[in-house]
Ligand binder design. Structure first.
Ligand code: SF4
Length: 249
């Protein structure tokens, strides 16, 4: 059982794997030294069913995640981007009580590397400000995909799936008390549903224990004035629930 003594409980599962490979190589060279055929299980191994990987695993903070997003070429959207758009919030790295999730960067966001800076973004800032939220103070803004889909088309399912690890890590790092999901694509991808936005909007859902309120995307409000009233109702509902959640801390 010599190999158990050589592993440390502070090592990561992948470090233990590497050490096990090295020990296996040494087996033939050291008289009487035997290594188990399989890498021994450890209680903190993420592969063990009782230890699922942390969603934010692999990123120590949002800055590190941002660097990974900017270097990412995991899906075809990397080819057409000028800038990847990881996300933005209060002094990147600080926890925010609210996370706002949209669909993906448009032309202005692609040009600047910042989320929601075009017309829709300016409207979003006004909407958030009306309920006491801002990206500078208390709100982290991100998208389902971090690179601009060509001609602002909807992200393909495989593109959203490739980018999912970044979104999950952002949510795990920001640890918001509530999430506002903007538009059908954001809500459907986040919640894993095929329900339409008219059914989703204004009804509280759940993402891993975090309350999620879907509402219309600001772009839709710019196209259709009639959606502004229900969107405002959603925002007031969001603020009321957020206040309850923050009061209960
Ligand atoms: Fe990577 Fe996401 Fe950009 Fe695709 S959209 S290249 S998965 S960061």
């Amino acid at each position: 059982m010599m190999e158990y003594l050589l592993y440390s409980t502070t090592m990561t599962a992948s470090e233990k794997s590497i050490l096990h490979e090295l020990l296996s190589l040494a087996e033939g060279s050291i008289d009487g030294f035997r290594v188990a055929a399989q890498r021994p299980p450890f209680v903190d191994d993420p592969e063990r069913p009782e230890n699922p990987p942390e969603p934010g695993a692999g990123f120590s903070d949002l800055a590190e995640l941002g660097e990974a997003v900017r270097a990412c070429v995991s899906c075809p959207l990397a080819e057409g981007r000028l800038n990847a758009v990881p996300g933005e919030g209060p002094a990147d790295g600080r926890r925010a009580p609210v996370m706002v999730i949209g669909e993906g960067p448009g032309a202005d966001e692609d040009a600047t590397g910042r989320p929601f800076v075009g017309r829709a973004g300016q409207l979003l800032d006004k909407m958030l400000s009306a309920i006491g939220l801002s990206r500078a103070e208390n709100c982290y803004i991100a998208n389902i995909v971090k690179c601009r889909p060509p001609e602002n088309r909807e992200p393909a399912p495989e593109e959203a799936a490739a980018c999912r690890r970044f979104l999950e890590a952002q949510i795990a790092l920001v640890r918001p008390r509530a999430i506002l999901a903007l538009g059908r694509t954001a809500a459907q991808n986040l919640l894993g549903t095929s329900e339409g936005i008219n059914r989703l909007r204004g009804s509280w859902r759940d993402y891993r224990g975090i309350p999620v309120l879907p509402t219309y995307h600001p772009s839709a409000l710019l196209r259709d004035e009639a959606l502004k009233r229900p969107a405002w109702e959603d925002l007031k509902e969001f603020r009321a629930r957020l206040d309850e959640l923050l009061d209960g801390q």
